[in-house]
Ligand binder design. Structure first.
Ligand code: AMP
Length: 527
């Protein structure tokens, strides 16, 4: 099918504000595609280009794009109609262009792509490059459209998506295999699933109230989430973004290989960097090793890592996600050997949680996690089955723009516009601005990175593709008449750069709203 059809669908859905109509338009379109077109089309409609699993950055800078756009269009006589697969292939070539002349290579592929494109097609190619479609179609709506197209229940499609970790692949499975294929989708070895997440709690009572008076309270480590898949001697470690990070963690792999007493298993855990006395090191130290594959052996000596496991999703041929936390962890303890598990208590009153929380902070950790003993494991979900309790209020946000600094910060992009994800509309909305928290070195690096992500600029401001995620501490959330989100963070300060998170892992507007309302009830209870 021709790419213009995708552009037309995107135009159509942006014309209507009615969710049901958007769903029908997309479902109808998906139904007309050839099998091999379904996954790429789904991604191109959402402005993702590549799936989260592929994680291929396009790395098309503003200058490259402007140069390519300024090329003269070819005469219509010889113009080839672009197919969906042509566009997908061109994007793949752009992403894989590397080495010394990569910029020139990228530019020339982009030029030829754009010169074959009509005005409308160009519009959506560029929107895909910048990663924001502005047509109100988020992941949730796509899942509904898939469900509608195959006459399935949305929950079934969502569950399959959690196991597949990729919206394009979910669409492909659904449209080619129908409802049965969706129902049969399950966790498989060496196909990582999205990790289960936790809601924030502002007090020690809430977990107990939600969990029927009893919670498992574990240390919350300040590290990076990992999912370890094992079959015999084959071991792979995946990051929270589901990329394969095994090569950067050979020491962790060896430890699992030597210790784990199971033929086949999928473990959920956290890797932290530790200093001389076994104390946790700041997250930044961990990031010097995590996902880096250069000079691994040298770095192993410099930065020691420690794996803490806290969940078991699969054991010797059996998927355990529907079993309770209690059963899963019991099975986990049976097979861990000398691997470390997250220290935990089973708490039945507030004082127990409080003193365990205090111990966690004293030992240099971020806080605690309180988990319901009877809860199942829902990949990718953030619910009250797991709560996180931290000493500081932080939100993970994405940088969407930056102002040039003045005075000491002249020449640096140093005042950042921070945005949350509006899941419904699939767009990023500003909730605050800050120039606090980074070191001079980080300002310099950030300036360079942001310029590479530039989408447009004014005299004072550079607007960027939403890619760099930062953790931001704040004192309070207020209503804001100026910001598009309707909320503003007071005294925002960047506490770290979250290389391990993508723009789609950040806080949602729903979460900000919830916290805004909750702060009146609980603020100030956790010192
Ligand atoms: P946050 O990133 O603040 O939403 O907190 C959730 C993250 O805490 C998870 O994705 C894990 O990476 C991390 N974490 C640390 N310790 C634990 C634990 N014991 N159980 C679950 N997650 C943990």
């Amino acid at each position: 099918m021709e790419f213009i059809e995708i552009a037309k669908v995107c135009e159509k859905v942006s014309m209507t504000r009615k969710r049901n109509e958007k769903i029908k338009i997309i479902a109808d379109f998906l139904g007309k595609l050839r099998p091999e077109e379904v996954a790429p089309s789904t991604l191109l409609i959402t402005g993702k280009v590549f799936s989260d699993l592929e994680q291929k950055p396009l790395e098309v800078g503003y200058v490259t794009l402007i140069k390519a756009l300024n090329t003269k269009k070819q005469g219509t006589l010889f113009q080839r109609r672009l197919s969906i697969l042509d566009v997908k292939k061109a994007f793949e070539e752009i992403a894989s262009a590397s080495g010394k002349n990569s910029r020139i290579k990228k530019e020339s592929i982009l030029k030829s792509l754009l010169s074959n494109a009509s005005e409308l097609e160009r519009k959506y190619i560029i929107k895909n490059i910048f990663g924001e479609m502005q047509h109100g179609v988020g992941e949730g709506l796509i899942l509904q459209a898939i469900a509608y197209a195959i006459n399935a229940n949305e929950e079934e499609v969502r569950k399959a998506y959690m196991f597949l970790g990729d919206i394009g692949e979910t669409a492909r499975v659904a449209l080619t295999g129908g409802i049965n294929a969706i129902r049969n989708t399950n966790l498989e070895l060496f196909r990582p699933v999205k990790p289960m997440l936790a809601e924030m709690s502002y007090n020690f009572e809430e977990p107990l109230r939600e969990h029927g008076g009893k919670s498992a309270v574990e240390i919350k480590f300040d590290g990076a989430r990992v999912q370890v898949h094992k079959k015999g001697n084959k071991i792979k470690i995946y990051s929270r973004r589901l990329s394969d990070v095994t090569e950067s963690l050979p020491d962790v792999r060896e430890e699992v290989k030597n210790e784990l007493k199971a033929e086949e298993a999928v473990l959920d855990g956290e890797v932290i960097a530790i200093g001389t006395e076994g104390k946790p090191l700041p997250f930044q130290e961990l990031m010097r090793r995590f996902g880096r594959i250069k000079e691994v052996q040298k770095k192993i000596k410099e930065i020691k890592l420690k794996l803490y496991v806290f969940d078991l999703l699969y054991l010797d041929g059996r998927v355990l996600v529907d079993e309770t936390y209690e059963n899963r962890t019991n099975k986990l303890y049976d097979i861990v050997g000398n691997l470390s598990t997250a220290p935990r208590i089973i708490a039945t009153n507030v004082d127990e949680i409080k003193s365990f929380f205090e111990r966690a902070i004293r030992e240099g950790h971020e806080g605690v996690m309180a988990k319901a003993l009877r809860s199942n494991y829902i990949p990718g979900s953030r619910e009250k089955k797991w709560f996180k309790l931290k000493s500081a209020d932080t939100l993970d946000l994405v940088i969407v723009g930056a102002d040039w600094g003045y005075g000491r910060r002249t020449g640096w992009l140093s005042d950042y516009y921070l945005a949350v994800l509006n899941e419904e509309k699939n767009q990023f909305e500003v909730v605050g601005k800050t120039f606090k928290g980074l070191t001079d070195e980080e300002f310099k690096q950030m300036t360079k990175r942001l310029q590479e992500l530039k989408t447009r600029e004014t005299k004072h401001t550079v607007f960027v593709r939403p890619e760099i995620v930062v953790e931001v501490a704040y004192s309070e959330i207020q209503r804001s008449p100026t910001y598009s989100s309707g909320y503003a963070l007071r005294f925002a300060r960047i506490t770290r750069i979250r290389e391990d998170k993508s723009a789609y892992d950040i806080a949602t507007i729903k979460e900000v709203k919830r916290r805004y309302l909750e702060q009146f009830k609980y603020k100030g209870k956790i010192e």
